[in-house]
Design a protein around this ligand. Structure first.
Ligand SMILES: NC(=O)c1ccc[n+]([C@@H]2O[C@H](COP(=O)([O-])OP(=O)(O)OC[C@H]3O[C@@H](n4cnc5c(N)ncnc54)[C@H](OP(=O)(O)O)[C@@H]3O)[C@@H](O)[C@H]2O)c1
Length: 313
């Protein structure tokens, strides 16, 4: 089987295709014939070494925090998932998704609802779980709240808009001019075009500001946050750490999301998908031998929705 590996940190070209034996599932694991993997910004941040202190690991490494495929074999100690099931999962920080076969803990996997391609399913876990956990756990989203999503057109943003809608909130998305209709199609009630207007100077106030692209701060968003409101970001700064630790002293909270894998929250997203409430937009799909091209694109920060790698087998 083929997989992408790199043996040192560096530019996209450090990634190479390698032939490897199909792994055997250990206790509690399932072996998956992988059909698609999402490409997330964390993949290139780990590859170029900028996350080496948060996500240390041995070489060779295989990138990829998401996968969708068919269970080939369920190992001993598994009970929920069986051979032949179509599953998707978020993997750990160690990655491993850019591979034709992989073994994962059964606890990470959920069943893919019918009617979705493997590419659509692979796109969801990491970005969708980030949005769900940021809005529900960090910010305590409730029906009727005013929610602002900065970066509404990105991988995290498209799911954040739909999840905020699912919780019956009023959603304002921030994006550039070219993506205004795109974020409206995902359910944004209102749109702020960041090329024309600074959202932190809006006259409106919000209960939640979810900064999916981590371009702002609690300080900048204070005026647009209601008392008791939450600013949640996807990339922490020293200021966010301090504000999170001292949240009990503050009238407005700041926190960062550290997305956790697991089938329980993924089942929630699978239910939304089955109900037609969580859709995906695949900006571009790549064969496994073009992983470097996929990384070059995601590093531009201009991806609309999601990028995926489709396994050819
Ligand atoms: N902590 C965690 O657990 C966690 C989990 C997932 C992601 N993340 C992080 O979250 C960030 C976003 O991830 P992602 O997957 O959504 O990234 P992405 O898909 O690569 O984001 C690209 C999108 O961001 C938009 N964008 C760029 N600059 C913007 C700006 N100034 N204002 C508003 N929108 C802007 C782009 O639209 P335009 O081209 O129109 O500007 C594009 O659609 C990354 O840094 C990622 O590493 C963290």
């Amino acid at each position: 089987m083929q997989k992408v590996v790199y043996t040192q940190y560096g530019p996209p070209e450090v990634m190479q295709i390698m032939d490897a034996p199909v792994p055997e599932p250990e206790n509690g694991e399932i072996l998956i014939r992988n059909m698609a993997a999402a490409v997330n910004p964390v993949d290139y941040k780990v590859r170029n070494g900028s996350l080496k202190f948060i996500a240390p690991g041995k070489f060779p490494r295989t990138p990829g925090g998401d996968m969708a495929g068919i269970v080939e074999k369920a190992g001993s100690g598994t009970s929920r998932i069986k051979a032949g099931d179509k599953v998707f999962a978020m993997l750990s920080m160690a990655g491993g998704g850019y591979a034709e076969y992989l073994c994962i803990k059964e606890d990470l996997a959920s069943l893919i609802p019918s009617g979705f391609s493997f590419e659509e399913a692979a796109a969801v876990p990491l970005a969708g779980l980030t949005s769900l956990q940021a809005l529900r756990e960090n910010a305590g989203i409730q029906k009727g709240m005013q929610v602002l999503i900065n970066g509404g057109s990105g991988g995290v943003g498209i799911y954040a808009i739909q999840i905020a809608r699912y919780f019956e909130t009023e959603v304002t998305a921030v994006c550039s001019s070219k993506n205004v209709e795109f974020v409206k199609a995902f359910g944004a009630h209102h749109v702020i075009d960041y090329t024309k207007e600074d959202f932190t100077r809006s006259s409106k106030q919000f209960d939640i500001v979810f900064d999916a692209v981590a371009m702002s701060s609690l300080g900048k968003c204070r005026k647009i946050l209601r008392k008791g409101g939450s600013y949640v970001t996807t990339v922490p700064s020293p200021a966010t750490f301090f504000q999170q630790a001292t949240a009990f002293l503050r009238s407005r909270k700041a926190s960062f999301i550290m997305c956790k894998p697991g089938h329980k929250d993924l089942d929630f997203l699978a239910k939304m998908m089955a109900e037609g409430k969580l859709r995906t937009h695949i900006d571009k799909s790549y064969p496994i031998d073009q992983a470097a091209e996929a990384h070059k694109y995601i590093e531009t920060g201009r991806v609309k929705g999601k990028l995926v790698i489709k396994m050819e087998h």
